[in-house]
Design a binder for this molecule. Sequence first.
Ligand SMILES: NC(=O)c1ccc[n+]([C@@H]2O[C@H](COP(=O)([O-])OP(=O)(O)OC[C@H]3O[C@@H](n4cnc5c(N)ncnc54)[C@H](OP(=O)(O)O)[C@@H]3O)[C@@H](O)[C@H]2O)c1
Length: 245
Amino acid sequence: MHRYGLIGRALSHSFSRDHFTRKFEQEGLADHRYDLFELDRIEDLPALLAATPDLRGLNVTIPYKQAVLPYLHALDPVAAAAGAVNTIAIQEGRLTGYNTDVEGFRTSLLELVGDARPRALVLGSGGASRAVVYVLKELGIRFRVVSRSVERGDITWDLLDPIIVKACPLIINTTPLGMHPEVEAAPDLSFEAIGPRHYLLDLIYNPAETVFLRRGREQGARTMNGMPMLLAQAEAAWRIWNAAN
Ligand SMILES: NC(=O)c1ccc[n+]([C@@H]2O[C@H](COP(=O)([O-])OP(=O)(O)OC[C@H]3O[C@@H](n4cnc5c(N)ncnc54)[C@H](OP(=O)(O)O)[C@@H]3O)[C@@H](O)[C@H]2O)c1
């Protein structure tokens, strides 16, 4: 059996399990399966690996994308630069960490902006924000990170005035504001400063159109939700697992 799975806490709704289960069915891979492994603490990972010796790969989600680093034997340079791991390949007990959020975000961003390299605002400074920042630097896009904390970002929300919003035509939401079930929430932005030159990209994929994207669209902005990124990061994980085994 070729086993794969997702580690995290509270995993009842998992895109990854549905995605890979469907993929294995479609590709006739009857000896492949994908399971959810809820871990109360990351310290439980070695016991999971010992109890599941035919595991070939894992995805990693909140809150373990950084906490898993000490358990890895090797780290892909992109994951090292992003400081977070969301995919692990397992070969003969050796764990190698990767960050496919980087590839997923790059794919969706280029689909949205094409050849344009607009100045950007990155809302939030958590794990996904690190992957976003990595790609923006790689593409030469100038950006500022908006955070609740002076230490974690370039500017705090109270300083985010309409002039800055107007001057930054690319706005990327990496906060959970607006995610199911709190679908009425939205980042505290001057939406009136958004216009047809703007691109709004939300990493949230549920709901398909957040209040952030809807209000941007109503102002004439081009918008994209987190689904293209989610699909692209899952495909990148699958490629890594196949290359490793
Ligand atoms: N589409 C995809 O493939 C994909 C991949 C990864 C993540 N995501 C989505 O991206 C979102 C973030 O995930 P993550 O793993 O980066 O989570 P995270 O590590 O918890 O980071 C979220 C960041 O958002 C900011 N934030 C949190 N609550 C806030 C609030 N009430 N008001 C303002 N800012 C707030 C915080 O930054 P500050 O502390 O600096 O304010 C926090 O670090 C989630 O919705 C997740 O589902 C999507």
